[in-house]
Design a protein around this ligand. Sequence first.
Ligand code: ADP
Ligand code: MG
Length: 622
Amino acid sequence: MPIRPLSETMINQIAAGEVIERPASVVKELVENALDAGASRVEVVTAGGGLNLIRVTDDGSGIPEEELVLAVARHCTSKLSHDIHDIRSLGFRGEALPSIGSVARLSIRSRTASGDSAAEIGIDGGRVSAVKPAAANRGTTVEVRDLFFATPARLKFMKGERAESSATSDVVKRIAIAFPTVRFTLAGPDRSTLELPATDDTPEGRLARVAQVMGKDFPDNAIAIDAAREGVHLAGHVSIPSYTRANALQQYAYVNGRPVRDKLIAGAIRGAFADVLPRDRHAVTVLFLSLDPSTVDVNVHPAKADVRFRDPGLVRGLIVGAIREALAGAGIRAATTGAAGMMAAFRPGAAPYSHPGPANGHRSYEAAYHASGSGGFDPLRSAQRPLDMGEARAPRNGFAENEQAAFDSGPLASADARAGMAEPAEALLGMVLGAARAQVHENYIVAQTRDSLVIVDQHAAHERLVYEALKNALHSRAVPSQMLLLPEIVDLPEEDAERLAMHSDTLAKFGLGLERFGPGAVAVRETPSMLGETNVQQLVRDLADEIADNDTVETLKERLDKIAATMACHGSVRSGRLLKAEEMNALLRQMEATPGSGTCNHGRPTYIELKLADIERLFGRR
Ligand code: ADP
Ligand code: MG
């Protein structure tokens, strides 16, 4: 066959293959167009999962009658004038409408503020019809029927009405978070109506929109993020460690207002939460990055969900640093949802848990955790000793013994611990975790604040404290290493070898001694002692990948942190250990002073709090 140019319709269908993957992608493109047109209301209606009908109506600027033909022509856009590096709109490629029109039946009815009437154009499987007069208010209505009728192969890949409708809801929610001042509605015979009334563009307004999308309990269980570094600004919210999900779908990220799904951002979130969440749990996050548009490339893929940062290390560092700092600053806090579940369980004759229970007051937690540890029992002091790496031969169980010794030193708790104690000091009642009153079932410390009852899982709490201490010890000085009998040679692509060599000083700090070994190889002479027998090849390759992706060596740090966690687990006070009143109170104060101690190393809460008001409700007193 001789070489021939493709027809316009085929060119558009090829483009549609990338841009229009499923009904949700049509909705995304049309809603983006409405927002680019400055709409304050966007209404989406779908039928048959969007395969039969998608209709998006907005009250934006509208399209002048004489431009309707261009709107559905390929590579025609009103958004990009001269500089591809300065993109401030959601669209810029000028290919969504012609792509949709090539695989479906599309009609656009529009009226501008200055136009005396509306006009309409249609495009049906690539065939454009003449512009006709129409009746409409200011704004634009785009209707898409019979999606993929012109490309039956694609139609076969659709997942069924329910899955497609829910993908569409997700698209609308994701974008709505970035536009709090716009009212969104999503309706149709294939779904229950979603209404997101406009809020405003203040921190409260933005959080209110987030709550409309993610549920009212998110703000109660989230910490605000606000940080900047070298012209990059990060704002938003992340969940506290005890409020997690089984997947990362509830992680929303925006770059200059554009929803993105970015590997670097997802990796940074994982890194930031690495020590407070178990491997299989995921934080809930809403993060907005703003930076100079010329330092980020959004023209990576036609769907525009991928981005490339000019300085990925800076972005990653900012995210990890800001989240860790916020988590540390938030101190100790258990998820309100846990307490709500507990309330339901308490209810006399309660049926299986259905309603989230009485509203949980928003707790003021910030103020109180600056308390310093009191004297007497100090789990940290004993915890640090075995990790003093100057004499790091202490085996793991040696550590555990030392740890237990701290508890064996005094007489076991006498009856006072079990039978309740004298009236607690007023000052203690004002602390976040209050005054210890009793230990029950040999593992739970029952404490009292002015307005609540607190129950602490003593083993989980202590494990966390030991872990934090180990980590501090680990990262405050060089990590001890052991010499390999024979250096291990790792063959790698030359760029990877080069990158590793560039980071060799940092790696040495973490106990990994390596150097260049001719072209395309590194020689590893020392590994961190804590890792024991380790797969050096795998470790070095993982590190090379990570440096390539993110320009950091977090992997090694995370592995060491994992080991610290395991040691902590073995070294913590077992449940079943009786504690004296001072010991219990010291543990509570230590928890208040230790960032991250609201959850154990496995991400479970270390304590729960039941408000007095809720207890009174349980007894029908309110
Ligand atoms: P892009 O958004 O990349 O410019 P599209 O194919 O999505 O490309 O849209 C082409 C043009 O049609 C836009 O540049 C814009 O001028 C116009 N347009 C599309 N939808 C709307 C809308 N809802 N309101 C106003 N103008 C619109
Ligand atoms: Mg567009």
